[in-house]
Every structure is written in structure tokens, then in C-alpha cells.
Design a binder for this molecule. Sequence first.
Ligand SMILES: NC(=O)c1ccc[n+]([C@@H]2O[C@H](COP(=O)([O-])OP(=O)(O)OC[C@H]3O[C@@H](n4cnc5c(N)ncnc54)[C@H](O)[C@@H]3O)[C@@H](O)[C@H]2O)c1
Length: 249
Amino acid sequence: MDESKRVAIVTGGGSGLGRSICEHLARDHRVGVLDLDGDAAEQVAGELRSAGAEAVSAAVDVSDQSAIADSFAKVRAELGPLGVLVTSAGIGGFTPFEKITLAEWERYLAVNLTGTFLSVQAALPDMVERRWGRIVTISSAAGQVGALRQGHYSASKGGVIAMTKTVALEYARKGITANTLPPFTADTPMLRAAQEAKHVPGAEMMSRIIPAGRVGTGDEIAAVCAFLCSDAASYITGQVVAVNGGAVV
Ligand SMILES: NC(=O)c1ccc[n+]([C@@H]2O[C@H](COP(=O)([O-])OP(=O)(O)OC[C@H]3O[C@@H](n4cnc5c(N)ncnc54)[C@H](O)[C@@H]3O)[C@@H](O)[C@H]2O)c1
């Protein structure tokens, strides 16, 4: 075990942005890949190990507090105490506001907001003990400016932004930073599914809407995330760091 490398947990690490973030962090961290889809998490962890990194995986539903406790304990036991947490696990979807059922509303809040809350709470004790920590939550432009037919999703992501700012304020004197990345569009399975279902415009139309003239990549978001997780980012906390090609300014 390379003790010089910090331990990072990435929730939602089995796909999309979480997967790209795992790949970036694995260059100088030991990585715990957590996902509802345990096979996808293990696939990513296996690829990281093949590339020479230290990585473990665990299946977890982030809305389940005891499952979070078990999976974090597994990573701690196999890799060591946590220094970095990135919360990318999330669900996205589209329903006209008046048709959002209570069950649907509650599931979005449970996964996207409560799941982030439970993950951050589980990560903090190791960080407080060592007086060093980096927390990056993945929110959404929908949480900044709203989004059509995403009342439930936007509310959950707005909550993530506000919660991240509060964690930043409460833990700044303990050497822990907390920032949020709110993507607008990044080319991932979640975006492609929304495009295929015609809930959002395809890549060509998106390219016309986005000032940078194209959809973003997971790599572009992961690179900024990795910086926010580094020693160099010690004076950045409580910030909404948008990697969005100018879509929301
Ligand atoms: N791709 C975009 O354009 C975009 C835009 C704005 C925000 N986001 C946010 O970025 C994050 C990553 O999204 P993505 O595009 O990579 O999507 P994705 O669907 O490719 O990845 C999300 C991952 O989260 C996992 N997950 C879902 N529910 C879970 C649960 N209850 N417990 C644990 N894991 C769970 C999924 O299995 C999946 O592996 C999400 O929070 C999403 O809301 C993405």
C-alpha cells in the first residue's frame, strides 16, 4: 500500500462523470469506487488496478445510511482513512411539475440530496481527525437556474449547492474544503439517455445553445474536480465551480 497517497471515495463511480473522476484521482490517490451497480463499480476498480493504481469497489445505495456506513468501512479497512470525497451518484429525469408524484419527488431527494448528506457525514470524521479534507459534490446547473420538467431534480440539486456551502462554512477552520461542480451538459450515459428520449436537445442543437459551441466531456469536469481535491486548492471553499462552456454565467 502506498501510504503517501491519500484515500478518495467517489460515489457513482461506476459510470459517467464519477468514472472519469475515479480515473483522474487514481493517478495520485487510492480510490474507493462506490455505486448502486456493484458490477460497474468493480469493473472501474479493476481497470484502475490494471493500470497500476490501488482501488477497491463496493455496491451501495447512497440513500441507505447503513449501506453507506458499511461501504465506507470497507474502503477504510482496505485502503485507510479518508481524505477526499466526491459525490457523483445521482438520478435524473423529466416530469411535468403537476405530474410529479410524491414517491418520485421523495426518491429524487433521497438519492440526490439525502445521499449526498449521508456520504458527507460519513466522510467527515476521518477528515476532522487529520485536520485535512476535500469534499466535492456534483450538483447541476438545474440547481442554479432551474430546468423545465425537472422540479424534483432541480430542487434536489439546489439543496446540494446550499448544503455544500454550509459544510464549507462549518469546516473551514478544520482544514476541510467543500465545493460543488454544477455541470450543464457533459457527454455521459445519463445525458445520452435524456437525448435519446428527446427530453433534451441532441448534440447539434446543444452546440448552438452552449457558448463554447459543444457539449462538455467527463474529462474536463474530472480535471477540475481533481484540482479541487489537491493541496493546491486549499484556499478554495464554498464555491460553485461551473465547468459548463459558459452555459450558465
Ligand atoms: N451528464 C450531465 O450532463 C449532467 C448534468 C448535470 C448534472 N449531472 C450530475 O452528475 C452526476 C453524474 O451523472 P452522470 O451524467 O455521470 O450519470 P450516470 O448515470 O452516467 O452516472 C450516475 C451513477 O450514479 C449511480 N447511482 C444512481 N443512483 C444511485 C444510488 N442510489 N446509489 C449509488 N449510486 C447510484 C448510477 O448507477 C451511475 O453509475 C449526477 O449527480 C448528475 O445529476 C450530470
